[in-house]
Design a protein around this ligand. Structure first.
Ligand code: AMP
Ligand code: MG
Length: 537
């Protein structure tokens, strides 16, 4: 007889491992590095660690799985999500994928340090794959160790949850656990390797399939398998598109394109720069995935990239993310071409990207500016002029938009110059020496903007609330993450948990927590981890 399972407990998790059931496994059970042909994944066990300790967990993510607080704080939870113990029904594996990295085909990559534990079906019938990142080598680890350090794991854990609360499509993070082991890293690839604390994050998403999972099969001309993977993805994650057919495949590409467009428009809205938009880091569900050397725009500089590896070409800079999304989708379209063999059909599916991106971004810009919509060229020019004004000197994007919301626009509110300059001064990194051009163009812009807002006719309070719902007050500023990391590396996890909590309500005023909405301090301007990040993690 089965033991009675306490709802909310770990042993109540119901696993249904559709991916491994539906698709072929690598027949080699060994864990040596290799090229894997004719398979979508390799079974592999997480490597046990010496002394796992829970740093933080996300109660909201746990709730998706049906886990309660008691379960998350139990010793078994830490053991399981450090990779030391499997629950009945788990069937761990690493996925085979390839990818275009910085514009070039890179061949087989695969889950080199990610191990999927299994797929949970929750009480609502939702499917959630659990994936450990940093739980040891897999056949796809190539020359690396399969591990992750605390620094990058704090960043992934916090940002995944922060993005969710911002309303940006993203993979989630259930837990952050230190392993009690040391991991060697050369942070800037400059010969200064040192030991850092190891950590494992458990990520959660309906699926972790990437564009690269399809690309590797196409590159190897494993077309039957490519078709099986596409059919699987549609049946599992896009069931509304109907049974497999050429038309279904085309409709699927259009929907992937559309979801990717929505995701990237949100990135621009909140000031997020992914940093490594290689096709192996593009989710087939349009979720933000693989939080590596990402960063948040503080100074509004569309050319900014946080990734030192990308410092030369700045391929993945803030202002180019939408174009890169399209470039990546073309790679996906090429990969599935053998199933469709109809270039015009694929091209028209890809048109969904530009159309959806434009409509989302225009709507988001309108909301950021407190307008119902950008209705004509004059409106679009108004938005563009603001972007130009913000660029004239170092100006904090997040602070600017919050301060703008607070400016009265009612026809009877006459404001003096100081009041009109308030948003710019609040956001400026040198408020007492605003360049004349920025000051005068800002004042002219404020006049136009206030008149335009008046034409919309919403009362100030209502408009401000709408703006504040599109312009977050709290984002994971680069230096905030670094402060939490510095403390965590000393064994103090309080700041990680405090940030997790602040970022639960990014659009709300949290008066006791103003410090987490503050401009980047001077010390962070050139500090590693704050202004520049490498892929070493
Ligand atoms: P990324 O740039 O982090 O998306 O990683 C690109 C590829 O390198 C993926 O196949 C990763 O699994 C792999 N990779 C990154 N770091 C490691 C590591 N420490 N050990 C093994 N594989 C890794
Ligand atoms: Mg990756």
């Amino acid at each position: 007889m089965n033991a009675v399972r306490q709802p909310g407990a770990l042993d109540a998790l119901r696993f249904d491992n559709a991916f491994v059931r539906a698709l072929p496994a690598d027949p080699d059970p060994g864990n040596q590095r290799r090229q894997v042909f004719g398979a979508c994944y390799s079974r592999v066990q997480p490597t046990p660690v010496r002394a796992p300790a829970l740093v933080a967990h996300s109660a909201e993510c746990a709730a998706l799985l049906g886990l309660d607080e008691r379960a998350c704080l139990s010793p078994v939870f830490t053991e399981v999500f450090a990779g030391n113990r499997l629950l009945p029904g788990m069937d761990p594996y690493a996925m085979c994928y390839g990818g275009h990295q910085f514009g070039n085909w890179a061949g087989q990559l695969g889950d080199g340090r990610a191990i999927n534990l299994g797929e949970v079906l929750n009480a609502r019938g939702e499917r959630w794959t659990l994936q450990l990142k940093g739980a040891g080598p897999t056949p796809y680890s190539r020359t690396a160790d399969g591990l992750a350090v605390l620094r990058s794991s704090v960043r992934e854990f916090l940002c995944s949850e922060a993005m969710h609360h911002l309303g940006v499509p993203t993979t989630r993070a259930l837990s952050l656990i230190t392993t009690g082991e040391q991991v060697m890293r050369d942070m800037f690839y400059d010969g200064h390797a040192k030991f850092e604390p190891g950590a494992v994050v458990c990520r959660v998403a309906p699926s972790f399939v990437r564009f690269g999972n399809f690309e590797i099969l196409a590159a190897r001309k494993e077309i039957d398998l490519l078709r099986r993977l596409v059919d699987y993805c549609i049946a599992t994650d896009y069931p509304h598109l109907g049974p497999p057919s050429r038309d279904t495949y085309v409709a699927w590409l259009a929907e992937v394109a559309s979801r990717t467009a929505v995701m990237i428009a949100h990135w621009l809205r909140v000031g997020f720069v992914h940093g490594v938009m290689n096709t192996d880091n593009m989710s087939i569900l349009g979720l933000t995935i693989d939080y590596g050397p990402y960063g948040w725009l503080e100074d509004f500089d569309p050319d900014w990239t946080p990734n030192t590896t990308d410092a030369q070409g700045r391929r993945y800079r803030y202002g180019q993310q939408a174009q890169i999304g399209m470039w990546n989708l073309v790679r996906l379209a090429n990969a599935i071409y053998p199933l469709i063999e109809d270039v015009p059909a694929l091209e028209s599916a890809l048109d969904a990207y530009a159309t959806r991106y434009e409509s989302e971004w225009q709507a988001m810009l309108a909301a950021k500016l407190g307008l119902q919509a950008l209705t004509d060229d004059a409106d679009r020019e108004l938005a563009e002029e603001l972007m130009s004004v913000l660029r004239l000197a170092e100006t904090d994007m997040t602070i600017f938009f919050r301060a703008l919301a607070a400016v009265p626009c009612a026809a009877d509110a006459s404001l003096d110059e100081l009041a009109l300059l308030a948003p710019l001064r609040a956001a400026s990194y040198a408020p007492d020496t605003l360049p004349d051009a920025q000051r005068s163009r800002h004042l002219a812009w404020m006049g136009r903007w206030r008149a335009r807002v008046q034409r919309d006719g919403s009362p100030d309070a209502q408009r401000a609330a709408r703006m504040n719902g599109a312009n977050p007050k709290y984002v994971l500023r680069n230096y905030l993450a670094q402060e939490a990391i510095d403390l965590a590396e000393q064994g103090d996890f309080s700041r990680v948990n405090e940030l997790l909590d602040v970022l639960r309500r990014p659009y709300d005023e949290q008066p006791a927590r103003e410090r987490y909405a503050a401009k980047r301090p001077e010390w962070a301007r050139h500090r590693a981890g704050c202004s520049m990040l490498s892929c070493s993690s």
